[in-house]
Design a protein around this ligand. Sequence first.
Ligand SMILES: N[C@@H](CCC(=O)N[C@@H](CS)C(=O)NCC(=O)O)C(=O)O
Length: 201
Amino acid sequence: MKLYYKQGACSLSTHIALHESGLAFDIEAVDLVAKKTESGADFLAINPKGYIPALVLDDGTTLTEGVAIALAIAAMAPNKNLAPAASTPQYLKLVEWMIFIATELHKTTGAQFNPAMPDEGKAALKTVLVRRLDYADKAVGNGPFVMGETFTVADGYLFTVFSWLPRIGMDVSAWPNLVAHSARVKARPGVQAALKAEKLI
Ligand SMILES: N[C@@H](CCC(=O)N[C@@H](CS)C(=O)NCC(=O)O)C(=O)O
């Protein structure tokens, strides 16, 4: 299978999940402005939505939406416990976390990178983001991971979005539990491998 990604963007969450899964995969970078892949393919023919991540499975199926991709990777590697067993209350709590990260953290933070977003809009979204991060900091607590003792795909996703905050001028020291969580996640060999592959370290 092949992951289409952009360095350090939200696709890093799924890239981390792939490394943590131990499954075989390739990666290919995408120029999101030109909508071209590294090898010159038309990215819109791969994902008509025009955004990363996109995961093309060995049978040719293309999966899009980071949450769906991360949960699919977890399901493909059940021995790695990247998600609790499907349909259990714990699984649904993981889905709850994934949706929270996607809709309350990822999109709110991502909008700050949009050059067309007026300063007033950015400031209003930052106010909401601070409230959501306050919640996440308390909810994660000493973890050590989002779901407790076991690393799951939610940890790679939270780590990815949290890593953007300094770039939008936010002082992350306000969220010490999230800072500690991020350091814990970053130290994992699978995460290090994804960061190296994206030339982020
Ligand atoms: N709903 C999508 C959004 C993914 C997304 O926001 N991707 C951004 C990078 S983090 C992107 O590719 N933006 C380029 C574009 O929208 O043209 C998901 O959760 O996977």
